[in-house]
Design a binder for this molecule. Structure first.
Ligand SMILES: [Zn+2]
Length: 388
């Protein structure tokens, strides 16, 4: 017989909740509501349909467990998944158990979190250190604006601390890198490729500029956070990153274009002021432009500061104690290399950690995604220890 958590996970995985098509949202939300009610949570559903403006239903389910505590803990999960893609060896929408693994789209990211949280809350009892609000949102995979973003900013949900249950099982995340994105354009003079002497080709100039930026990339790589990087990273401490991610220019082989462009993504340290990193970037660009003597322009189009919950915060301590009870010693603390929905809580001053059952090798977002059954159970146990 399957443990309760796997049974719930099986039901969740059976509903395709593709975040691109936005299918299955209502069906999945009502299943979650039902499972929450059954274990005694007070369930509320909030759908931003009136303000989202595209007529699509996006039910956010919030189940409350009142344990007569002074503080309220939020458990943040999401029930949408990325599309299955091609090449699965198993049915993506049926939970297939093979040995230690349970396969299916969302089995790890992030339906494992919902199953483990419901499992944990079903066995807490009457009292605990926190009242709990279990939040199951849609649209996480497409930015979360009408999911957890709506719950935190639109509904103004009051929480004293939070766990983003959408992360790795071998680290307690307490922060994430900030992001600066933008582009550079190099201008030349358009002309016939048979008469290059009458044109001024911006493409080699862009290539030269990008080559110079290798120096900047190396410079950023030497910036180290005081917080550790995730286990298995090439550096012990979280480090700065700069990558060109898109490049383009021109429309036809026989036309020298008037401009060429590249776009970049820079990840800054969680404990680094975003303005400082940006002015480093702008100054470097200015110097290179001068030394190459090119007509070029840079623009920052998107910026998002990182966040960091202090490793000394009592909530982080409580969470580490919970991992200690389950694993015998506390898990390492670090900050994530990619994005983290903790930002939605941190921006409201709520201490937040991220933790989950999405191990690095579980093919999340890939084909034949799976969750290790032991990670699912450990996640449930850590949550029980935290709350009880
Ligand atoms: Zn996720």
């Amino acid at each position: 017989m399957l443990p309760y958590e796997l049974k719930v996970l099986d039901e969740l995985v059976s509903i395709n909740t593709d975040s691109v098509k936005k299918c299955g949202y209502e069906e999945c939300a009502s299943l979650i509501s039902e499972r929450m009610s059954e274990i005694g949570l007070k369930v509320e559903v909030f759908d931003p349909i009136e303000i989202a403006g595209d007529g699509k239903k996006r039910p956010n389910v919030i189940g409350t467990l009142d344990l007569d505590a002074d503080k309220t803990l939020g458990l943040v999960t999401h029930y949408d998944v990325v599309p299955p893609g091609e090449g699965w060896k198993r049915d993506p929408f049926r939970l297939t158990i093979e040995g230690e693994r349970a396969y299916g789209r969302g089995s790890a990211d992030d339906k494992s979190a919902i199953a483990a949280s419901i499992g944990a809350l079903s066995c807490i009892g009457e009292r605990g250190k926190y009242n709990v609000k279990l939040i199951a949102s849609p649209d996480e995979e497409v930015g979360g604006r009408w999911g957890i973003g709506y719950v935190m900013n639109g509904l103004n949900l009051k929480l004293d601390c939070g766990v983003v249950v959408d992360a790795m099982p071998d680290m307690v995340g307490i922060g994430a890198s900030g992001i600066v994105q933008g582009g550079v354009v190099v201008r030349g003079i358009q002309g016939h490729a048979g008469y290059p002497h009458r044109a001024d080709n911006p493409i080699p100039k862009l290539a030269a500029l990008m080559k110079e930026f290798e120096v900047f990339r190396a410079l950023r790589e030497r910036k180290l956070s005081k917080i550790d990087a995730p286990p298995g990273s090439p550096k012990k401490k979280l480090w700065g990153r700069f990558s060109f991610t898109m490049v383009g220019g021109g429309e036809k082989e026989n036309v020298i274009p008037s401009n060429a462009w590249a776009r970049f993504d820079m990840r800054i340290l969680p404990d680094e002021p975003i303005a400082e990193a940006e002015s480093e970037l702008i100054n470097f660009f200015g110097t290179v432009r001068g030394s190459l003597d090119i007509d070029a322009e840079m623009r920052i189009t998107q910026e998002d500061g990182g966040f960091l919950t202090s490793p000394d915060h009592p909530f982080v301590e409580s969470f580490l104690n919970a991992t200690s009870s389950v694993f015998g010693s506390p898990l390492p603390v670090g900050a994530s290399l990619g994005g983290d929905d903790g930002k939605f809580l941190a921006s409201r001053g709520i201490p937040v950690v991220s933790y989950g059952a999405i191990a690095e090798d579980t093919h999340f977002h890939g084909t034949d995604e799976f969750v290790y059954i032991r990670d699912l159970m450990h996640l449930r146990d850590v949550l029980v220890q935290l709350i009880r």
